[in-house]
Design a protein around this ligand. Structure first.
Ligand code: ATP
Ligand code: MG
Length: 209
């Protein structure tokens, strides 16, 4: 699961939990972007802070792990490079699933070499308030390839290369990092939107004020 995690919140964690359960994934790797290509650096806290907050968030869950692959690489954090690296690392032993929200999925055509991503891994698209799942079908057919067919048994679009784009209607949580940053900037409560330990860390470090 990639993202900026600026900061991590319960929307991310619950999505990962439900996807892992639904697809029986062995583990979820959270992959914070070191230099997100599409996000302005205004309001973006350091990688070290975002990493620490993720550590606090996944602590105690042995199925959730972190990767700093994108921090080790110089320059912008392009997913196509990360997935290529992961595919090489895990080889044929594991099946990689790229977990992302429907909002992010619909943005894919703006990502570097996005078509290549569909040859590197499965996708698990999760519901996000305000985004219609029908748009997945249109996006795949107009921007990726017309060789997808929907398999209702697995609730996913199968490509001839065998990779699947799953859609999962998870518990809708209208939580976003941008909203949390806005609340913090206006000294409002962010309680119950994120793990308590993350909230404490933000206060202690004086982030997002
Ligand atoms: P921002 O508002 O800064 O964009 P965000 O809350 O969207 O932050 P990101 O780090 O951009 O968080 O998201 C990482 C991934 O998690 C994306 O694929 C995004 O779609 C997904 N995601 C984020 N929040 C939710 C949520 N509440 N429910 C489902 N998916 C989510
Ligand atoms: Mg986002």
């Amino acid at each position: 699961m990639g993202g900026t995690f600026n900061p991590v919140h319960l929307g991310h964690l619950r999505a990962a939990e439900e996807v892992a359960e639904s697809l029986k994934l062995r583990q979820v790797i959270f992959m914070p972007a070191a230099n997100p290509p599409h996000k302005s650096s205004v309001g973006l806290v350091s990688f070290a802070h975002r990493w620490r907050m993720l550590e606090l968030a996944v602590n105690g869950n042995p199925f959730f792990v972190l990767s700093d692959l994108e921090h080790q690489r110089p320059g912008k954090s392009y997913s196509v490079e990360t997935l290529t690296q992961l595919a090489r690392q895990y080889g044929g032993d594991e099946e990689l699933h790229f977990v992302l929200g429907l909002d992010a999925f619909l943005e894919l055509p703006t990502w570097k070499d996005y078509r290549e991503l569909f040859n590197l891994c499965h996708f698990v698209v999760v519901a996000r308030p305000g985004f219609a799942p029908e748009s997945i079908d249109t996006m795949l057919k107009t921007q990726v390839g017309d060789s997808y067919f929907f398999d209702s048994q697995i609730q996913g679009y199968v490509h001839q290369n065998q990779y699947v784009v799953y859609y999962r209607e998870i518990t809708l949580l209208a939580i976003s990092s941008s909203n949390i940053r806005n609340l913090l900037a206006s000294s409002r409560s962010v309680r119950y939107l994120m793990p308590e330990k993350v909230e404490h860390y933000i206060r202690q470090q004086g982030l997002y004020r």
